[in-house]
Design a protein around this ligand. Structure first.
Ligand code: 5GP
Ligand code: MN
Length: 338
């Protein structure tokens, strides 16, 4: 973000504003952490701030400070429309295309509020007045830290802000192990701990709150794991019936796709999850090295994301989706074959 943009935003934030913060649909730790981190910062500066998530998110995120104040668009559409209608400023966090906010797309795109994008995904759309977009960043939470620092307000980062931002950096970096984790990321995380984030407690809240049913579902996912060694590819599928058997709750399959990638010699992993509610197959893709699952997902599965982590969807049935997946692998033999 250049100096002129920062100065304009500083001027905007100099007087109290009605501000709406929007994370993407099916928000993850980075989306909710960055939204709440920014919320606590803006509240300190006497703005009237609301967070509107397009829909609900997993229980393991429902402990962050002021999490309960987040509005859910799909459950409170009319209230949310009124809040968006009165907004002076809209921050869009952890996504870069308004198609990622589902049913909120029209009202946000028609809103005359000034829009500020903070995001680290590839190929941003052009809807924002001010854009802080950087695909080299580990997480949107790392960018919110930088954003507050660019406003010369790092001294305002308190325990609540630090807790929320730490959470999103931790979840988006796979606990600081993905290649997007840099020395700057570690420096910021160090600062956040110094400002009061309890790293061990945050880790427990996110990762050590499994239900027995979720571990059983993981067991089923692992026994469904298939390997295609000639393409260094592994994939998992879960049918709606299997999800029902193990009392599936939102977020239960988070991280499952990474098990495929942990196999020796595998550089491309996928999970296909049937959703009767949405009438689609939800797809998560992960890779190692230069193989771009963002490109594959955009081209074949109506999605996108990052080089090594992307998501998408299919309107075919589960078997047809997997058949399609297998049939496109030869197109990527250059990258996937040894
Ligand atoms: P996940 O597989 O964990 O749902 O998502 C992996 C990454 O891809 C995340 O950064 C997420 O924001 C992005 N992503 C997931 N689903 C979609 C999608 O349908 N469209 C786009 N453009 N990005 C997605
Ligand atoms: Mn993110």
């Amino acid at each position: 973000m250049n100096k002129d943009d920062i100065n304009s935003i500083k001027t905007l934030l100099n007087s109290p504003k009605a501000i709406v913060i929007i994370p993407h649909k099916n928000p993850d730790g980075d989306a909710i952490g960055s939204a709440l981190g920014l919320y606590h910062y803006l509240k300190q500066n006497n703005h009237n701030v609301s967070i509107i998530a397009p829909n609900d998110y997993p229980d393991f995120l429902k402990w962050m400070p002021k999490e309960s104040s987040i509005l859910k668009y799909d459950a409170q559409k009319e209230d949310c429309d009124a809040v968006i209608y009165h907004a002076d400023l809209i921050f869009t966090l952890d996504f870069n295309s308004l198609s990622r906010i589902g049913d909120m797309e029209t009202i946000v795109s028609n809103s005359e509020a000034i829009k500020i994008m903070i995001d680290h995904h590839q190929q941003p759309d052009d809807y924002a007045t001010y854009m802080y977009s950087d695909i080299s960043m580990s997480s949107t939470c790392e960018m919110v830290y930088n954003f507050i620092e660019m406003l010369d307000e790092a001294n305002k980062i308190d325990r609540d802000i630090a807790t929320c931002l730490y959470t999103g950096i931790m979840t988006d970096t796979g606990s600081f192990r993905f290649p997007s984790t840099t020395s700057a990321t570690h420096h910021i995380v160090g600062q956040l701990i110094q400002k009061g984030a309890n790293n061990s407690e945050i880790h427990n809240q996110i990762y050590d709150t499994n239900s027995y049913a979720r571990l059983q579902l993981l067991g089923r996912a692992l026994s469904n794991l298939k390997v295609i060694p000639e393409y260094r590819t592994a994939y998992i599928s879960l049918s709606q019936e299997e999800l029902n058997t193990f009392d599936f709750k939102k977020g239960d399959t988070e991280g499952f796709v990474n098990y495929g990638l942990s196999l020796k010699g595998i550089i491309f992993a996928a999970i296909f999850i049937e959703s009767h509610q949405d009438n689609i197959i939800k797809i998560s893709l992960r890779s190692k090295g230069d193989f771009s699952v963002n490109e594959l997902s955009r081209t074949h599965f109506n999605g996108g994301g990052h080089t090594n982590a992307a998501g998408g969807r299919s309107e075919l049935n589960l078997k047809e989706t997997i058949d399609k997946f297998i049939s496109i692998l030869p197109q990527y033999k250059q990258d996937l074959k040894i």
